[in-house]
Design a protein around this ligand. Structure first.
Ligand code: ADP
Ligand code: MG
Length: 263
C-alpha cells in the first residue's frame, strides 16, 4: 500500500471511530499479506478486531462503574469448598436471566461464608453481559442518601440508584440504621421494586430485620417486596476463612517435628 493511501485510510478509520483498527492497521496489513488472506477475510478480521476491542473497553467501563471493592470473579470461587451450595441455581444466576426478569437474590449467612465473593462474582458476570451494575455497602448507601437529602439532591440520587440494572447491597445488618437512614433505604428499594434486580448479602435472618430497620410495618413491607419471587441462598456452611486457617494450622502442626521424633 502506498504511504499516502495508508495515511488517508488511517484518518478515515479514526473519523469513523474505528480507532483500534486504525492503530493496528499496519500490523493487520502485514499479517494479511504474509498469510495470503483475501479482501473478504481481511475485512472480516478488521471488523472482528474492532468489535472485540469495543467489548473489552465496554467491560472495563462497566466494571469501573460498578465500584467493586475487590475484583473477585467466578473463576476464583472454589465450589468444592461449599458442597451445600445449590450449584445448579448459582450457575443459573451466572447466566443473568434473573436480571432480565427483575428478580432479586438474597445471600443469607454468617460472616466469612463467601456471600460478598459470590455477589461480586455475579456482579462481574452482569458487567460481562453489559448490565449497568453498582456495588455498595448498605452503610455506604445510607450515608450517601442522608448526605444527598441534606444537600437537597435526594431525588436525583434515588433515580440514579433506580436506573442500575443490578444493585448489589452488601452487608445488611452489620450496622443498624437511624430512623432516617432506614426510611431512605426503604425508599430506594421500594422505587426499584420490579424495575431492577437487587442482590443483598446479610448475616441476619428475616425475623431479625426489624432490629435494623426499626419500624415493624416498614420492615414487613420491605421484606414483602424484596423476597417476592427472590432467589434466597442460605449459606449455612462454616466460614471459608476459618476453615482455611484451621487447615493451615493443622498442616503446620503436622510438619513440625515432635519432641519424640527429634529425640
Ligand atoms: P462474607 O461476605 O460471607 O463474610 P466473603 O465473601 O468476604 O464472606 O469471604 C471471605 C473470604 O473468603 C474472601 O477472601 C473470599 O474471597 C474467600 N472465600 C469465601 N468462600 C470462598 C470460596 N468458596 N472459594 C474461594 N474463596 C472463598
Ligand atoms: Mg461480606
Amino acid at each position: 500500500m502506498k504511504p499516502s493511501t495508508l495515511v488517508a485510510l488511517q484518518a478515515n478509520l479514526k473519523a469513523l471511530n474505528l480507532s483500534r483498527v486504525a492503530q493496528n492497521l499496519d500490523v493487520l496489513l502485514r499479517q494479511a499479506k504474509e498469510g495470503g488472506i483475501g479482501c473478504d477475510e481481511f475485512l472480516l478480521e478488521l471488523t472482528h478486531a474492532e468489535l472485540q476491542a469495543r467489548a473489552e473497553s465496554r467491560l472495563s467501563r462497566r466494571i469501573k462503574e460498578s465500584r467493586f471493592p475487590l475484583l473477585k470473579p467466578l473463576e476464583t470461587f472454589d465450589f468444592d469448598a461449599v458442597p451445600d451450595l445449590d450449584v445448579r441455581l448459582f450457575r443459573e444466576l451466572v447466566q443473568g436471566d434473573y436480571i432480565q426478569q427483575r428478580r432479586n437474590v438474597i445471600f443469607l449467612g454468617r460472616s466469612g461464608t463467601g456471600k460478598t465473593h459470590m455477589a461480586t462474582a455475579l456482579g462481574i458476570e452482569a458487567c460481562r453481559q453489559n448490565y449497568r451494575t453498582r456495588f455498595v455497602t448498605c452503610y455506604g448507601l445510607v450515608n450517601e442518601l442522608v448526605e444527598a437529602r441534606e444537600q437537597r439532591a435526594l431525588q436525583r440520587l434515588i433515580q440514579k440508584y433506580v436506573r442500575y440494572d443490578l444493585l448489589i447491597l452488601d452487608e445488611l445488618g452489620y450496622i443498624p440504621f437511624s430512623k432516617e437512614g432506614s426510611e431512605l433505604l426503604f425508599q430506594v428499594l421500594a422505587e426499584r421494586h420490579e424495575k431492577g434486580s437487587v442482590i443483598i448479602t446479610t448475616n441476619l435472618g428475616f425475623a431479625d430485620w426489624t432490629q435494623v430497620f426499626g419500624d415493624p410495618t416498614m420492615t414487613a413491607a420491605l421484606l414483602d417486596r424484596l423476597t417476592h419471587k427472590a432467589h434466597i441462598i442460605h449459606c449455612s456452611w462454616e466460614s471459608y476463612r476459618l476453615k482455611q486457617s484451621l487447615r493451615s494450622k493443622a498442616k503446620h502442626t503436622e510438619q513440625r517435628p515432635t519432641h519424640e521424633s527429634v529425640a
